[in-house]
Every structure is written in structure tokens, then in C-alpha cells.
Design a protein around this ligand. Structure first.
Ligand code: AMP
Length: 399
């Protein structure tokens, strides 16, 4: 297993070196550009300002001009860096409003992310009249078909359901201009590679392919080499596994006392919006139920729930006010609730990548965040692994 992993890493590195001449890498400059200087239409500018965006983030500054110039772009930036608007703004800008056929298709790994990306692009394109539709499994297909028949400019969806529509011919990509693979590393992690290849075949008329990914494993580089035309890579984060803008703490206890410790943490953060991660679906149900019994304002998010229930939980958590969401890793992938104040790891995650992903649900964009991990004696080796790359301190209760 270990040898296999080493060989894979070595191949990944080799591919990266070999691919360098083909994939140009763009150094992030220190340009102090404003949105006005990015040559964006007034209607889009006005929508962005209404959303509260004052200046472009580094990934936006770098990628928006490249996408507007028609280049294929590989964006390496973690979720929370403003990457949705980095491709959303130029997509809206380039849409031909008079033509009601699908001009842009965005593929996301999860349903929640599809919903979130569709919402953000819809907000950016509101004043221009861009019609956006989210399409994913777990929801009835008929309303989606009606929506598509009514004319949509931008479709955001998960690979399985998109393919389903393509095969039924209820989604037509004849006029497609751009295709975006959002969180490509996660799409591939989830085993969607064949679906992606088929969708890219359906979208062969496209002029541009964009790929966004937090990490660049061999599979992602391979995808970009196979399906993109002379792409420019824009790399923003130095190391995906180092998180500096989140204050990280741990509390040690014995397994029987974990719930008690969780309640103490929640009591000390009463005014906050808190995301609690558990290892399994059953555990989320159990912990949410126990907290509810003790009078906490709690929602759940896990794969056992129907898609409508999941959407409802996330929407309720998103609304202003302090509340708690108890979730599994899978269900919460890519979720963006910018006002999340605290992440609590009730159970430790499977690996460092998942840890960084979990705590990244707080400290979105340029905010600071806080994360507390509850550990027991058997989690010491995981704690050491985190401490190798991240600063983490012992958490002391106030009383
Ligand atoms: P993302 O990386 O796309 O998930 O974005 C993370 C969060 O940053 C989202 O809540 C966005 O609405 C927000 N955001 C994106 N761009 C900007 C910007 N230029 N200024 C302020 N907030 C932004």
C-alpha cells in the first residue's frame, strides 16, 4: 500500500515536471486591481457591489482577464478564496442574453455545491438577465426538464444527473461556449472520471474549458492535458495543507465524556454559528438528537436524508442567527456559509486533507475562523500529523 502510494506520488511529480512546457504557470502578481479595471459591464459591477464584494480576491484578479480573453485556465485555489466568482463573473459577462440556449455548463462534485454555485452566479447575473439552473440527482427530474425547456443560459450540476439529461436529450449543448470543472480533485475522488469524459464529448463544440481544483494530483493534471487547449495555470495557495487564518485548538478527554465536552464548547460559544463534524451518519443523528434533547437549536446534514431535507437543513443554518449544524464530511463538501464562526470536530477526520477541508468551512474569504478538535488518547498520532504543518493549541475552558 505504502509502496503503491510512493509510486503514485512519484508519477504525479514526474507528470507535473513533464507537463510544465505544455501548461504555462502564471505567477501571482501584486497588482492592486479594482473590479472596474477588470473591464466588466456596469450591470455586472452593480450586482457584485450589491453582493458586498468591494475588491477582487487574488484568484479573481488573475483569472478574470484570462477567461475574458478566451484562454483555457487551470485555477489552483482552495474553496473560500472566491473561486466561484472568479469564473462566474466572466461567464456572466460573456453570456449572449438574446440567445436562450445553454452557453455555459459547470460541473460540481456535490449537489450542495451545485446549488451554491448556481445561487452565486444567478446573483452576479441578476441585473444582466442571465438565467441559471441547478441540476442534480435526488430531486425529481420533471421540474428540471421544464426549467431547461424554458430557456437557460448557464447550467450548474453534478455529473450523473447532467449525463442523464444529455442522454434523454433534455439538455442540449449545441451552443455551449464554456465548460467549467469546479473542485476537479473532488469530482475525480468521487469516481466521476468516465462521466466527465462522456460529458466533455457531448460538449465538443465548446470554445473554452476551465478547471478549478484545490490540489493538483496526477489525475487532475492528466485531465487538463487531455481536454484543455494550452491552458494557463494560476496558482494561489502555496500549500493546501497549511491553514494560517484559522485559530486551531484541541481538547483532550476520554471517549465517554466527548458529548459533555462538546456541550461545554457550545455553551462557551452561545452566540455563534457552529458546524459540528461527526465520523458517521448514525453519529450525526445521535449527537443532533442528544443536543436537541438538551435544548440546543440544532440541524443535521447527512447522506441518509433526502435531498429536500438536506437543502432545508442547509438553508436553515444559512439564515442569520446562532445555531448548530451536525454534519458528516461527505454531506458538507464544498458548503459555504460565510458566517460560520466555529467548527468543532467531534470525531477526528480520516486524514489531514479532510481536516483542512472541514476547518475551511469557517474563516471564509478574508475572515478569520476558529476550530476546536475533540481528541482522545488514541488520536495522538493524528494530532502529531496536524502539528507537523499547522499551529494548534490546547483549548482552555473559561471556567
Ligand atoms: P468561494 O471560494 O467561491 O466558495 O467563495 C467564498 C466566499 O467568498 C463566498 O461566500 C463568496 O460569496 C465570497 N466572495 C467571493 N468573492 C468575494 C469578493 N471579491 N469580496 C468579498 N467576498 C467574496
Amino acid at each position: 500500500m505504502f509502496i503503491l502510494r510512493c509510486v503514485k506520488r512519484f508519477i504525479s511529480y514526474l507528470m507535473f515536471v513533464v507537463s510544465s512546457p505544455f501548461v504555462k504557470r502564471e505567477k501571482v502578481g501584486l497588482k492592486n486591481l479594482s473590479f472596474e479595471e477588470l473591464n466588466i459591464k456596469d450591470s455586472v459591477l452593480s450586482a457584485i457591489y450589491t453582493m458586498g464584494y468591494e475588491k477582487p480576491s487574488p484568484i479573481q484578479k488573475e483569472t478574470i482577464p484570462l477567461i475574458l480573453s478566451g484562454r483555457d485556465v487551470v485555477g489552483q485555489a482552495r474553496s473560500g478564496s472566491g473561486k466561484t466568482a472568479a469564473f462566474g463573473i466572466p461567464l456572466v459577462e460573456m453570456t449572449n442574453i438574446a440567445d436562450r440556449s445553454v452557453q455555459a455548463l459547470i460541473l460540481t462534485p456535490t449537489r450542495e455545491l451545485a446549488e451554491q454555485v448556481a445561487r452565486e452566479i444567478s446573483n452576479i447575473g441578476r441585473k444582466r438577465g442571465v438565467r441559471v439552473c441547478a441540476i442534480y440527482g435526488g430531486m425529481p427530474i420533471e421540474p428540471q426538464i421544464r426549467r431547461l425547456q424554458g430557456g437557460v443560459h448557464v447550467v450548474v450540476g453534478t455529473p450523473g444527473r447532467i449525463l442523464d439529461h444529455l442522454r434523454r436529450k433534455t439538455l442540449n449543448l449545441r451552443s455551449i461556449r464554456v465548460i467549467v470543472l469546479d473542485e476537479a480533485d473532488r469530482i475525480l475522488d468521487m469516481g466521476f472520471i468516465d462521466d466527465i469524459s462522456t460529458i466533455l464529448f457531448f460538449a465538443k463544440n465548446r470554445k473554452q474549458t476551465l478547471l478549478f481544483s484545490a490540489t493538483m494530483p496526477y489525475e487532475v493534471i492528466n485531465l487538463s492535458r487531455k481536454y484543455m487547449k494550452n491552458p494557463i495555470t494560476v496558482k494561489i495557495s502555496q500549500d493546501e495543507l497549511i491553514v494560517k487564518h484559522i485559530d486551531q485548538y484541541y481538547v483532550e478527554t476520554v471517549p465517554e465524556n466527548k458529548l459533555k465536552v462538546l456541550k461545554r464548547i457550545l455553551n462557551e460559544h452561545r452566540e455563534e454559528k457552529i458546524l459540528v463534524f461527526c465520523a458517521t451518519r448514525r453519529k450525526t443523528n445521535h449527537i443532533a438528537w442528544k443536543l436537541k434533547q438538551s435544548g440546543y437549536f440544532v440541524f443535521r446534514l447527512n447522506g441518509d436524508m433526502t435531498q429536500s431535507q438536506r437543502n432545508w437543513s442547509l438553508e436553515s443554518f444559512r439564515k442569520p442567527g446562532s445555531k448548530i449544524l451536525v454534519a458528516t464530511d461527505v454531506a458538507s463538501r464544498g458548503i459555504d456559509v460565510p458566517t460560520t464562526d466555529l467548527v468543532v470536530n467531534f470525531d477526528i477526520p480520516r486524514n489531514l486533507k479532510d481536516y483542512v477541508h472541514r476547518i475551511g468551512r469557517t474563516g471564509r474569504f478574508d475572515r478569520r475562523g476558529k476550530a476546536i478538535t475533540i481528541i482522545t488518547q488514541r488520536d495522538h498520532s493524528f494530532l502529531r500529523k496536524i502539528l507537523r504543518t499547522n499551529k494548534m493549541e490546547k483549548y482552555y475552558f473559561k471556567k
